[in-house]
Design a protein around this ligand. Structure first.
Ligand code: ZN
Length: 658
């Protein structure tokens, strides 16, 4: 554990709150301390209110903020005296506690304060830091965890047995702190949960966190429980396994009731862990800290029997729900982590971002389980405690805050010719609707087009079956399946009349505009067939299909043949619940093909201004890549759920087509 504190960076902070932001971010940067919204921090400050009176406030992390990226606006200012007074109540319900926190803030736009606000308030130190450090939870998730903690820390920390976070935990901490804290106390260990440090300055509190966690790491090292070298063998890749993964995704989506992303992880650690002989014991104890349950569920699924997993999850709900104070609604029963000896670790999420959070959390969970196992045995909290956090109203609220899912959330689209023009615009339109997008292009720049967990850009020559199959396997490994296919890639060679059209030129156009699309459709069909909401294919055709022009024989013939191919596919694939529709754009000028010079020369050729040339259609409107892309995305949506084999012009109205 090393400190990230830098004096010059700290010197740039101009207030106690800015220093609080600074060290909170330092904590957030170390994934061995906190992960994805975990942990919280606070600072107590004195401020003048509107009457000029001095007032003591607790600036505490607001829910929904991540320590790694938190800003001053992410801290909620709550009246400190009021919080201390609340801690003296004999009991306080969760909704009333949140009500008290929210109504005693001094800034209307502040986020909802952390549910640990009262606990932060009662600790008599200006700065308070709380993390779920891996090393601490590895040690406390063992049968003799408390003894080990006392052995490591002596009287420097107060030890708190596990109690659910919130008011009861704050009450217990008040008691234990009064009984156990002394002059040497610099922190507090919450068994099976995490650790607090505190101090009179941001530097002191942060430094103590690093030092305390460092001692836990040293302890693990001294007990040969730090490094756990993975011996995993190698993973298999290929089309056969990709199909098995897609089948697994279909099964999980069915049980979940919505499409999910299933990301396969076959790094050596994940693979070695999923192949361990004792996996059915060590991976079936429970999460490393209760906080993780809302992301990972209590237990990973071992193997691929999703129906059985769903049943045992229901059993768990039926066992613990009646013991809860108020009635609970069953969450979806699908797993979030799958451990399979062949597939390795599969992380499941409602979208790619969620799946990557699940993977991060379980990556740390593996370390924690292996270290606790090396200490003599990993032992998580009883299922009842985990249930209470999983179905805690306040935790549920965090998930609900996500709002209504986007229309293509959990779905995967593949777009060809995606580095520019209509293809690039399709990528944007599909991402905006929540899809994970696989973008293929001959141009290598496609790889870096977007920096998002939902984006995979791959350079690919679509005239090569091998290259495409490799890209498809990669896409399935990353996202788990394929729901939508946008056939956009194509070439438009310069004008050439039939009497001088070379066979090679003709064949090249056919290879790219027609043959490649047949291969793509054939290879994607088994995956589209497994799409939870049915597969959708959109073919970017051309006005030239219904209204060809002279000098474009190869192009027009290739697009017309592709159009016929799509119509046959609509007939053949309807039984597989796959829809295929075509768009016929015309005169889309905001693409790479059309430079200012070419536009000007074409406009001159027709005796028009550039603007009139662009709008030379019935509606006198310009058709953009975005127009085509938006219609492409809508064709994949519910509006066109009952349409297949259709051809829709997107051309501003063309008198020859009409
Ligand atoms: Zn916590």
């Amino acid at each position: 554990m090393r400190t990230l504190w830098k004096d010059d960076e700290a010197a740039a902070c101009n207030s106690e709150l800015e220093l609080r932001v600074y060290t909170s971010r330092l904590l957030g940067q170390d994934k061995n301390l906190v992960l994805h919204g975990g942990g919280n921090t606070s600072v107590k400050v004195t401020e003048k209110n509107v009457f000029g009176e001095e007032e003591q406030l607790l600036y505490v992390k607001g829910s929904g903020w991540d320590l790694e990226t938190i800003a001053a606006a992410g801290f909620a200012p709550v009246g400190l005296e009021h919080l201390k007074k609340l801690a003296q109540l004999p009991a306080l319900s969760d909704p009333e506690m949140v009500n008290q926190l929210v109504t005693h803030q001094t800034r209307a736009t502040a986020p909802v304060p952390s549910v640990e606000a009262i606990l932060h308030a009662i600790l008599p130190h200006q700065y308070v830091d709380h993390t779920h450090a891996d090393a601490i939870i590895a040690i406390t998730n063992t049968s003799d965890g408390e003894l080990r903690i006392r052995e490591i820390y002596g009287d420097t920390v107060v030890v708190i047995p596990y109690v659910m976070p919130g008011f009861d935990l704050a009450k217990l901490c008040v008691e234990r702190f009064a009984a156990e804290a002394g002059v040497n106390t610099i922190g507090m260990v919450l068994l099976n949960h995490g650790i607090f440090s505190f101090g009179k300055s941001a530097k002191e509190s942060y430094g103590r966190m690093i030092a305390l966690v460092g001692r836990a790491e040293d302890y693990l090292g001294q007990h040969n429980a730090w490094v756990t070298a993975p011996v995993g063998g190698t993973a298999s890749h290929g089309m056969e396994l990709a199909r098995e993964q897609a089948k697994l995704r279909a099964d999980i989506s069915k049980v979940a009731g919505f499409p999910v992303i299933v990301a396969r992880h076959v790094d050596e650690k994940s693979l070695a862990f999923s192949r361990r002989a004792d996996i059915s014991i060590i991976a079936q104890q429970g999460p490393a800290t209760p906080d993780h349950v809302i992301r990972t569920k209590r237990l990973p699924m071992l193997g691929r029997d999703v129906a059985e997993y769903g049943e045992s999850y229901q059993q768990y709900f039926q066992t613990y729900e009646p013991q809860a104070k108020e009635r609970k609604t069953l969450l979806d029963v699908a797993p979030r982590v799958v451990l399979d000896s062949e597939l390795g670790l599969c992380a499941v999420g409602k979208n790619a971002q969620e799946a990557s959070i699940v993977a991060d959390i379980y990556d740390h969970t593996i370390d924690i389980i292996l270290r606790a196992t090396a200490l003599g045995g990993y032992r998580a909290l009883p299922a009842k405690d985990i249930f209470d956090v999983e179905y805690w109203d306040l935790e549920q609220a965090k998930l609900r805050k996500g709002g209504k899912p986007l229309p293509f959330s959990g779905e995967v689209a593949l777009v060809t010719g995606a580095a520019s023009g209509i293809g690039k615009a399709c990528v944007e339109s599909l991402l905006a609707r929540g899809a994970a997008v696989v973008a293929l292009d001959l141009d290598a720049k496609v790889a870096a087009l977007k920096n998002s967990a939902s984006y995979l850009g791959l350079q690919c020559d679509l005239t090569s079956d091998e290259q495409f199959k490799r890209a498809l396997v990669q896409a399935i490994e990353k996202f788990g399946g394929l729901d939508m296919l946008v056939l956009n890639a194509g070439i438009f060679p310069g004008g050439c009349r039939i009497d001088s059209l070379k066979s090679e030129e003709w064949q090249k156009v056919m290879r790219i505009n027609l043959d490649a699309n047949l291969m793509l459709m054939r290879e994607c069909h088994p995956f589209l067939k497994l799409a939870p909401r049915g597969g959708r294919v959109v073919v970017i055709g051309s006005k030239n299909v219904p209204a060809p022009g002279p000098g474009a024989a190869a192009y027009s013939a290739s697009k017309a043949a592709l159009n016929q191919l799509a119509r046959v596919a609509a007939l053949e694939w309807g039984a597989d619940n796959i829809r295929i529709n075509s768009l016929h754009p015309n005169a889309v000028f905001d693409t790479g093909l059309w430079t200012e010079d070419v536009l000007a020369s074409r406009a001159r050729h027709y005796g028009l201004t550039v603007d009139d040339y662009k709008k030379n259609n019935v509606l006198k409107t310009e058709v953009t890549s975005k127009d085509v892309a938006e219609l492409t995305a809508e064709l994949c949506g519910t509006l066109f759920a009952k349409t297949t084999g259709a051809q829709i012009p997107v051309d501003g109205g063309n008198d020859r087509v009409i």
